[in-house]
Design a protein around this ligand. Structure first.
Ligand code: PLP
Length: 395
């Protein structure tokens, strides 16, 4: 499948059957006449309570998307102009949130198998300007967040988990979003919980919960403003759908895992597609099934593989963005104020090619597929992938 088709497929994947209590809860919101928690609506606080209960944290703050949760998390970590935040380079989202608050992203390379931040790279990246680490649980697979938290807390840094792709994923029996200081979740349409748009920040700290809520809930007219707060609140209609989706979440995750198994079976025995798995005790919730192409070692070129999956019209792509976050124009061309802010005393040109060699190699070779599809479709798509492997191995 071409990249353009894959993006079109994201739209397809975003359309869901809402077969739970969504309509019932939506009707309750509309008949109450209260479409905002500020107007006394009860769905948003209820959704926050139930979501926190699921993740196991003391608090959760509902917002309009995960970028808002990440932005308010960065502000709440005290990372503004002049400071640095450590990010992983497979995704742009963490770095983007850091730049929203005029701080500078510093990249630490990933592990080639898990696609998650390599804890070994963190300590050398810490400077006196570092305030926090944002760790993404890539494609739904938990990072080694226990090691990352241990290092961060030893250096008085906050850990922000980007759980946008990993709702309900667990590591060592504990949910992601409950390991670090703040967890940030996405309910964007293509995610495991699909609310059109929506986000949530989780934390065990009362102080951080208050800061997150304040930073996300800009004063409405007539209020006094005590800081640069943002209008990131969630609406009651979104919260109503969220509550209904929470009730069916574990069922839905089971379906994603079943679909992922068909893909696992299709690539079993293929030496040149390495599954994104591990570490031990990390339970993946498959926003995407992912593997890394390593065909060059076996005489198969990446272009041949890409051509073969496009020809077979498989609903997977190889290559994701093709570049690490620091090669995106936003960073490469310094399109954010942080790069021009005199308060920052570090090196603003610290993004050379080769900065994160593993990410640079892995990102153009990552093979990803959406798991939100009917089981029959997943079976067929996985079989097509198996046939492509067979064909390429014959030549
Ligand atoms: C890893 C990651 N972080 C953050 C986001 C942003 O989520 P939202 O669209 O809810 O702001 C996404 C969305 O795709 C994501 O995959």
């Amino acid at each position: 499948m071409s990249k353009r088709d894959f993006i079109a497929r994201e739209k397809e994947m975003a359309a869901r059957n809402y077969e739970g209590r969504e309509l019932e809860y939506l009707r309750q919101v509309l008949t109450s006449g209260k479409l905002s928690s500020l107007a006394g609506g009860e769905f948003t606080p209820k959704f926050e309570k139930e979501f926190a209960g699921m993740v196991g944290t003391r608090y959760a703050v509902a917002m309009n998307c995960c970028m808002s949760a990440l932005h308010t998390a960065v502000i709440s970590a005290g990372a503004g102009a002049g400071s640095e935040v450590i990010c992983d380079p497979e995704y742009i989202f963490a770095a983007q949130a850091v730049l929203y608050d005029n701080a500078i992203p510093v990249f630490v390379d990933i592990n080639p198998v898990t696609h998650n931040m390599n804890p070994e790279g963190i300590e050398p990246a810490i400077t006196e300007r570092t305030k926090a680490i944002i760790v993404t649980h890539a494609w739904g697979l938990p990072a080694e967040v226990d090691r990352i938290v241990e290092i961060a807390h030893r250096h008085n840094l906050l850990v922000i988990e980007d759980c946008a792709e990993a709702i309900a994923a667990t590591y060592k029996g504990k949910y992601v979003g409950n390991w670090g200081d703040i967890g940030c979740f996405s309910f964007q349409a293509s995610k495991q919980m699909s609310l059109g748009d929506g986000g949530m920040a989780t934390t065990n700290s009362k102080q951080l919960a208050e800061k997150l809520a304040q930073n996300a809930g800009a004063p409405t007219s007539g209020s006094v403003s005590y800081g640069l707060h943002y209008g990131y609140r969630m609406t009651e209609t979104t919260a109503a759908v969220g509550l209904a989706q929470l009730e069916t979440l574990s069922e839905n995750i089971k379906k994603l895992k079943t679909n992922a198994q068909y893909y696992d079976e299709a690539v079993a025995g293929c030496k040149w597609l390495r599954l994104q798995r591990g570490p031990d005790e990390a339970v993946h919730t498959f926003y995407h099934w992912a593997a890394t192409f390593e065909g060059e070692k076996y005489g198969i070129s990446l272009d041949d593989f890409k051509n073969a999956i496009e020809k077979a019209d498989i609903s997977s792509i190889a290559g994701y963005t093709d570049m690490p976050a620091y090669r995106h124009p936003l960073i490469k061309e310094k399109l954010a104020h942080a790069f021009h802010c005199p308060t920052y005393k570090g090196n603003k040109d610290n993004y050379p090619v080769g900065l994160c060699p593993v990410a640079e190699k892995v990102i153009p070779r990552v093979v990803i597929a959406y798991m939100i599809e009917p089981e029959e479709t997943a079976k067929k798509e996985a079989e097509k992938l198996r046939q492509v492997i067979e064909e390429l191995e014959k030549t």
